[in-house]
Design a protein around this ligand. Structure first.
Ligand code: DGT
Ligand code: CA
Ligand code: CA
Ligand code: ZN
Length: 590
């Protein structure tokens, strides 16, 4: 229907006129026309064909608007609209797509900050420049950043966590087809990269079922998936769609006889594949997505291991297939013995509804107990974080008392099933801009453990930020640096900090670096984790849970830890309770 197009053009005219501060009545007439046409039941093109006069009878459509409607029906364009666009930064209109941003706010942002598009606005908001404008504040600044992220979803890479939700759901749905013998994801998703370009799904059928007719039923089932927004390709063995969430899904169907070779190939990374292929060539073999070949004879490929075996390598986990040393390490027999979820014995960072968590302490502790951990730490925000109702000393001490009671209670429970369960007293203590911690040493000394984190003044210079954090690490009570770079995936850049210097200081002062498992943090990232390990720093993997449902985020921390080549020994919360505290006694501040 042409109505939508006409309504959109009129709305855009109204928006531009409003940003340009034109006559209010003129603006309103375009706005009203856009609204009316948008809600019109009959098609304007049809009306024009049958009885053009009937268009003029629509309320609010005078001679001038009528002519424009006819112009758009005939030419697809409106000259006045085109003229307006020519003298107008086009990015300003994108800003109108943000929640809570109308033409008035766009004008405010444009005239005061000179921002001409979403990118410049994002930069200004991240630098904290938006909050000081009249009618804005910290909250609207945050809202703008969040909204920019939403708008850009289509063009941006999807965070791992979001892609996994989509992929798991579609896999569950695909299993309804009886020819699907095995189904799993490949590509960057299987390698657990922190963001995903598109989802690659591989379906394996038995050899007997691998007929064009059967495969067609799989493909037809796939494109009928309820959350499909667009079908990009619908082929005999490969189809691609875009889901409502905006992410693309590529699905391929394979025969069990060569499934392993395909799984290896489509897991990538591309650079890893190329190196494997070249190694095979040197051995007189050919490796590709169809199998391992000697001449034209298929000599392997049912299992992924066949590919590695063919080139004389042990199995390499997907998370490190990035051609940044894994093949060399495998040749030397020096692959990491990668950490696994079951190695984790405790979680040392979580919040309750005393600050910004969703649940009370009893519920959080109960959820934690049920995970089977040996120890947990309650770490609500400290007093300077007033926006999240950070605990002053009085409330903190009261919470500590409550933890004493809970420990007594759980000792009873733990006694029954003969397991250890320790609830530790802590806080997520703000590292203040001057590098001091948000409670006195006297208070800090009463805590068992606490991550200390930067939550304010992100815009310091690199030297200042590095100095700030290192000064905090010199505090003899500090044992964990929380989310060390402060980044939020797709939403907020890390603050500027010399991470190598931080890692060195962490080793010197016996401070562990946190791997925060919140899906949009994953902070430290894989690259820094690998550097930290190489230098000899210790890591703690925490969930920073604000709800019991977030305890499951530990898995995401583990994915990233594996990508960072971490082993059990690199991660302190794989230690039993006594050993953990002995470690800190021995390696604590000097
Ligand atoms: P993404 O989707 O951008 O997050 O990253 P990937 O790694 O999932 O890349 P994608 O979806 O383009 O392709 C999936 C895998 O297929 C990739 O990891 C390796 C393999 N692959 C794709 N193109 C090539 C190629 O030209 N050569 C080789 N050797 N492998 C390729
Ligand atoms: Ca992909
Ligand atoms: Ca793909
Ligand atoms: Zn925090």
């Amino acid at each position: 229907m042409i109505n939508k197009k006409i309504a959109d053009i009129f709305q855009e005219i109204a928006d531009i006129l409003e940003i340009q501060d034109e006559n209010v009545f003129r603006i309103r007439s375009y706005q009203k026309a856009a609204l009316t046409i948008g809600n019109l039941a009959s098609d304007l093109e049809e009306m024009h064909k049958k009885n053009p006069k009937s268009i003029k009878e629509i309320s609010g459509i005078g001679e001038d608007l009528y002519n424009k409607i006819v112009e758009i029906i005939k030419t697809g364009k409106c000259e006045m609209h085109q003229n307006l666009l020519e003298h107008f930064p086009p990015g300003l209109l994108d800003m109108l797509r943000l929640r809570g941003i109308g033409p008035k706010k766009v004008k405010l942002l444009y005239t005061n900050l000179g921002v001409k598009d979403l990118k410049e606005l994002e930069k200004a908001a991240m630098a904290g420049k938006v909050r000081d404008l009249p009618g804005m504040g910290e909250k609207s600044e945050r809202e703008i950043l969040k909204s920019i992220d939403d708008v850009q979803r289509y063009s941006k890479r999807t965070p791992l966590y979001d892609a996994v939700q989509d992929a798991d759901e579609i896999i569950k749905y695909m299993k309804e087809n009886k020819f699907v013998k095995r189904i799993e994801y490949a590509g960057s998703l299987r390698r657990r990269q922190e963001t995903i370009g598109d989802i690659d799904i591989l379906v394996c059928t038995s050899h007997k079922d691998n007929t064009p007719k059967n495969i067609k039923t799989i493909m037809d089932h796939f494109i009928k998936y309820h959350y499909t927004e667009k079908i990009l390709a619908h082929g005999p063995t490969k189809s691609s769609t875009i889901l409502e969430s905006g992410i693309q899904v590529d699905l391929r169907v394979l025969d069990e006889k060569t499934y392993g070779a395909a799984l290896h190939y489509f897991t990538g990374s591309k650079a890893h594949n190329i190196k494997i292929r070249d190694m095979a060539k040197k051995k007189g073999l050919k490796v590709n997505e169809y199998g391992v070949f000697k001449g034209s004879k298929l000599v392997g490929g049912a299992k992924e291991e066949d590919v590695f075996k063919a080139v004389g390598l042990p199995y390499i986990i997907p998370e490190i297939r990035n051609d940044d040393g894994e093949i060399e390490a495998a040749l030397k027999g020096e692959l990491p013995k990668s950490i696994e979820l079951k190695d984790i014995r405790g979680d040392l960072h979580m919040h309750t509804n005393e600050t910004d968590g969703a649940l009370d302490i009893d519920t959080m502790v109960k959820g934690m107990y049920e995970t089977g951990y040996e120890y947990i730490a309650i770490t609500d925000h400290s007093k300077t974080s007033t926006m999240v109702n950070g605990l002053n000393e009085k409330r903190l001490l009261k919470q500590m008392k409550k933890i004493d009671d809970l420990n007594k209670k759980y000792k009873g429970i733990a006694g029954a099933d003969n397991r250890e369960f320790h609830i530790l007293k802590g806080s997520e203590v703000d590292i203040l801009p001057d590098g001091s911690l948000d409670y006195s040493n006297e208070i800090l000394a009463q805590m068992d453990i606490f991550p200390a984190s930067v939550h304010s003044r992100f815009n310091m210079s690199e030297a200042q930020m590095t100095e700030r954090i290192i000064k905090a690490m010199r505090n003899p009570h500090m044992k964990i640096l929380g989310h060390p770079t402060g980044r939020l995936i797709n939403r907020r850049e890390p603050y500027k900090v010399d991470m190598e210097a931080i890692i060195d200081a962490a080793i010197e002062y016996g401070v562990a670096l946190e791997l925060n498992s919140q899906p949009y943090r994953l902070d430290l990232n894989d690259m820094y984790l690998r550097l930290a390990k190489k230098k000899g720093a210790k890591i703690v993997i925490n969930t920073d849970a604000h709800h019991t449902s977030q305890l499951a985020y530990m898995q995401y921390g583990i994915y990233i830890a594996r990508r960072g080549w971490l082993e059990k020994n690199d991660v302190l919360n794989t230690l039993p309770f006594e050993k953990l505290f002995n470690y800190w006694k021995k390696n604590g501040a000097k």
